[in-house]
Design a protein around this ligand. Structure first.
Ligand SMILES: NC(=O)c1ccc[n+]([C@@H]2O[C@H](COP(=O)([O-])OP(=O)(O)OC[C@H]3O[C@@H](n4cnc5c(N)ncnc54)[C@H](OP(=O)(O)O)[C@@H]3O)[C@@H](O)[C@H]2O)c1
Length: 238
């Protein structure tokens, strides 16, 4: 982010992949970061950043799939900071890429929705009081083009697709409700990125995707709230 003063950033899924790189990038820019994940305290990547950045980085183990865990995380952050400027709902899971109607595992679909869709809702609810006190506050929900109904030309990946489509709708609802608090809410698609989830064949590096998304996140206006954007801040098809 380009603000002169340190911004207070909170993100889920910070232990690896895109989330770890966001954490690195923001700390390098002088911001303060609350890094959340199930394995935040044991992530080697976060441990290295903690060694380099000391008090600017806070790590906290939690799961976005559980209400109590999110409430605990919210209380812990609230006891540490009196405001937050950005919440990035980045944690996500992607099971069974090649599934079909015949072999679809509905329990896995539900688990995916619990993490990818309900997780960001839980986080927004828990962090709203802190964001309301923030400077140019925003909630960025990490979606995927795979959640686009308009773009679905191949099928498959049922649970993941449905979870992100539902996240897109939840995000529009958040934008409506949270605009009264001055909070800008959008969904953003990072592109296909070389992470554990994206795999080795993905064309984008984590660094490219995160640098582009950070620029876009900083520039979103309240008028763009409720929208669906690519990593450069360009609108995407629903
Ligand atoms: N990579 C791509 O090409 C791509 C494309 C489109 C969208 N996305 C989206 O971008 C986001 C990040 O993806 P990525 O590629 O960086 O994935 P990744 O490398 O698999 O990392 C996922 C992160 O989410 C965390 N996480 C998973 N379940 C969690 C839970 N229940 N509670 C808290 N944290 C949890 C993981 O940490 P722990 O295991 O420590 O909890 C990890 O830090 C996801 O929302 C994904 O859907 C990625």
């Amino acid at each position: 982010m380009t603000s002169e003063h340190p911004r207070r950033m909170i993100l889920t899924g910070a232990s690896r992949g895109l989330g770890l790189e966001f954490t690195r990038y923001w700390l390098a820019a002088g911001h303060h970061v609350f890094a959340l994940a199930r394995s935040a305290s044991t992530s080697d990547g976060l441990a290295k950043l903690a060694a380099d950045h000391g008090k600017a980085l806070h790590r906290f183990d939690m799961t976005v799939a559980d209400e109590e865990s999110v409430t605990r995380a919210g209380a812990h952050i609230g006891a540490t900071w009196d405001a937050a400027d950005l919440l990035l709902n980045n944690a996500g899971i992607y099971k069974h890429k090649g599934d079909t109607l015949a072999d679809l595992n509905l329990d896995d679909c539900l688990e995916t929705i619990k993490v990818n869709t309900l997780g960001p809702i839980r986080m927004a609810r828990a962090l709203r009081p802190l964001l309301r006190m923030g400077d140019r506050p925003r909630i960025i929900n990490m979606t995927s083009l795979m959640g686009s109904i308009a773009d679905n030309s191949s099928g498959g990946s049922w649970g993941y697709r449905m979870s992100k489509t539902a996240l897109n709708m939840a995000s529009r609802n958040m934008a409506h409700e949270l605009a009264a608090d001055g909070i800008i809410t959008v969904v953003i698609h990072p592109g296909w990125v070389r992470t554990d989830m994206g795999g080795a064949a993905a064309p984008l590096t984590i660094q490219e995707a995160v640098a582009a998304m950070t620029r876009a996140m900083d520039n979103f206006t309240i008028a763009q709230g409720g929208g669906f954007y690519d990593r450069n801040g360009e609108p995407m098809p629903w």
